[in-house]
Design a protein around this ligand. Structure first.
Ligand SMILES: [Zn+2]
Length: 400
């Protein structure tokens, strides 16, 4: 990327690329990297950031920080295709990233940027996946790390974060407020918070869109479906699609279907009501903890993107639909995902029913995290086990 700078996604004010600004000083909306990517080409080998370096604002890549993120499978889901009656359905298995979620793409970029700019401590405010990811990459980089988690995070989800030995803080309240507070702590504590909409996290995150289009080999999906919490990843996908076209790599771009849980859907409700900012919702109540954010920092930005460019839509699905989708993925395709990741399939089911996705359309689901990261599903779903002796195996099998 040539001549990168940081530009406010709300009011358009520009800042120097090295200014370490995360939100606009004038309007408090997220800033994003903009630059010239015309003629940029992906490479065929190297780490994730090396492969897409020509589309990224980094003049050099420190490959030592990589844990092998990205390059996740895009697989066809033929059984679900016939159940749901869509033209074609592919699954982007982001749970196969090193810490088990899509967050690693953005984390490696954010940690690399921090190190290159003299930051000596990183942090994040996270409902789980981002905490585990930042803790892992900070450990690899030898950086001290602080992870601030939400009050309702299940105890089982603390393990994959705490195993990397960050300073782990669990809030008693105010998850949305903690995000705002964290950004002000850089000057007083020296901690750089690589939160969901940090502009360099978004740069790493946009590789999900680039990789998906590259894997689709000239046949991009018509619709990409993604679970949405803060809105940062959805905005990164739209940015990746846009820059793919700006680079001259393709001109048919997917539309984005953003899915929230109806137990916490400030963006989907706002989209439905024609609002340009996320609406206030009450206390979140959903099994999809990783997309449970009452105050999404990139919510207004995402709503602007969806409305202004007519590039997609947002909807919500119930916990019952999410759990049914989680089981369907496991039983029909052998893919075990977190409840929040399954929201993408629940969203597709709802969109097909409502005529928002047509029977001939090519669809890709972003499956954001691995099922083993949230074992709470085993408390809700009965796993049937029959007891037998070894001599009784034959008769047990004949009854299967
Ligand atoms: Zn601004």
């Amino acid at each position: 990327m040539r001549d990168p700078e940081l530009v406010c996604t709300g009011c358009g004010v520009a800042y120097a690329i090295d200014s370490l600004i995360q939100r606009c000083a004038a309007c408090n909306e997220p800033v994003e990297v903009r630059g010239d990517v015309r003629g940029a080409q992906p490479r065929t080998h190297g780490t994730l950031l090396e492969r897409y370096q020509e589309l990224l604002p980094f003049s050099g890549i420190d490959a030592r920080l990589s844990l092998g993120e990205g390059n996740t499978p895009l697989i066809r889901a033929r059984q679900l295709e016939s159940i749901l009656k869509v033209g074609s359905l592919t699954l982007k298995i982001e749970g196969q990233n090193p810490s088990g979620s899509f967050k690693d793409r953005g984390t490696v970029a954010g940690v690399m940027w921090s190190l290159a700019h003299g930051i000596r401590r990183v942090g994040t405010v996270s409902t789980g996946n981002m905490g585990g990811s930042v803790a892992a990459y900070a450990a690899r980089a030898g950086l001290p790390c602080t992870v601030v988690t939400s009050p309702d995070i299940p105890t089982q989800k603390l393990g994959p974060i705490g195993i990397h030995r960050p300073s782990l803080l669990r809030l008693t309240d105010g998850y949305g407020d903690a995000y705002e507070t964290s950004l002000r702590l850089r000057d007083s504590t020296g901690t750089y918070f690589i939160n969901s909409d940090d502009p360099f996290r978004v740069e790493g995150q946009k590789t999900l869109a680039l990789e998906l289009l590259e894997q689709s080999a000239g046949q991009p999906p018509d619709v990409v479906i993604v679970p949405v919490s803060s809105g940062g990843n959805a905005c990164a996908l739209l940015k990746g699609f846009r820059e793919w076209a700006e680079a001259g790599l393709g001109d048919t771009l997917p539309r984005l279907l953003c899915v929230q849980s109806s137990g916490c859907a400030p963006i989907a409700v706002a989209f439905d009501q024609g609002e340009m900012r996320p609406v206030e919702v009450g206390e979140p109540s959903t099994i999809a903890h990783a997309i449970s954010n009452t105050n999404p920092p990139s919510g207004a930005r995402l709503l602007r993107e969806l409305r202004n460019g007519d590039r997609g839509l947002a909807l919500s699905v119930s916990d019952r639909e999410i759990e049914a989708a989680q089981l369907l993925l496991a039983e029909e395709e052998g893919v075990f995902v977190q409840p929040d990741a399954a929201a993408s399939l629940a969203g597709l089911t709802s969109a097909v029913r409502r005529g928002l996705v047509g029977p001939d359309e090519r669809v890709t689901l972003i499956l954001t995290g691995h099922g083993l990261k949230d074992p709470s599903v085993f408390e809700r779903v009965q796993i049937d086990v029959r007891i037998t002796s070894s001599s009784g195996l034959g008769s047990a099998l004949s009854r299967s």
